[in-house]
Design a binder for this molecule. Structure first.
Ligand code: AMP
Length: 212
């Protein structure tokens, strides 16, 4: 499909990828694939994948590439991705970026940046719904009813890996392993640089404008 959009959401923890991803998915009517949510769902269901991923996630480390690449390869080749998809949380290193290139050609990479100290502040106030991983911020994007997800009515929780210690480790991995992938994508001319410090609505306007 010539005009299929295959979009990557790229940025550090707390940059707003999840929030913008939900908006993009609704706007473009494309599936939103969030690697962290797939892992958390599998952990909850105690699948083989979940049991394997749990130790890495709880330590704030990346799940091994072979496992993650296979999981994404299987997901993005499903029927509902034929018109495109939005990917949040993958690729996170060069090995994953190379694997993705063997499956599909990415059309847009939304690079949302915020400084680390802002990431730490935002994550402290982040709450996530236990069923589908919808994201809230207690101040900037609170749920209508405290502790309950607006979308599916499930409970909101603070993720176990959203502690300051785990976050610092994950931000470290982001800077050392994930950020360098930008150089891999630069020659493709697909990168949109977006300032994630603005309000949710302002960032959304920029995201929309850059895709039109
Ligand atoms: P996130 O919800 O994106 O912050 O991801 C939560 C955790 O899931 C990460 O800290 C990793 O342990 C794991 N994870 C998510 N995406 C990936 C990926 N592409 N490669 C390896 N591990 C991942």
């Amino acid at each position: 499909m010539a005009d299929a959009k295959r979009i990557l959401l790229f940025g550090p923890q707390g940059s707003g990828k999840g929030t913008q991803g939900e908006k993009l998915s609704e706007w473009l009517k494309l599936p939103l694939i969030v690697t962290g949510n797939i892992f958390r769902h599998n952990i909850k269901e105690q699948t083989e994948l979940g049991v394997l991923a749990k130790g890495y996630i709880n330590k704030g480390e990346l799940v091994p590439d072979a496992v993650t690449n296979r999981m994404i390869g299987e997901r993005i080749t499903q029927e509902d991705c034929a018109q495109g998809f939005i990917l949040d949380g993958f690729p996170r290193n060069l090995v994953q970026a190379d694997a993705l290139d063997t499956y599909v050609k990415i059309t847009d990479l939304m690079h949302i940046s915020i400084p680390d100290d802002e990431a730490v502040r935002r994550i402290a106030n982040r709450r996530t719904c236990v069923d589908q991983g919808h994201v809230y911020h207690l101040v900037y994007n609170p749920p209508k009813q405290e502790g309950i997800c607006d979308e599916d009515g499930s409970a909101l929780e603070q993720r176990k890996d959203d502690t300051e210690e785990s976050l610092k480790k994950r931000l470290g991995i982001y800077h050392s392993e994930t950020e360098p992938i930008l150089d891999h994508y630069r020659p493709y001319g697909v990168i949109h640089d977006i300032d994630g410090i603005a309000s949710i609505e302002e960032v959304w306007q920029t995201v929309q404008a850059s895709l039109q």
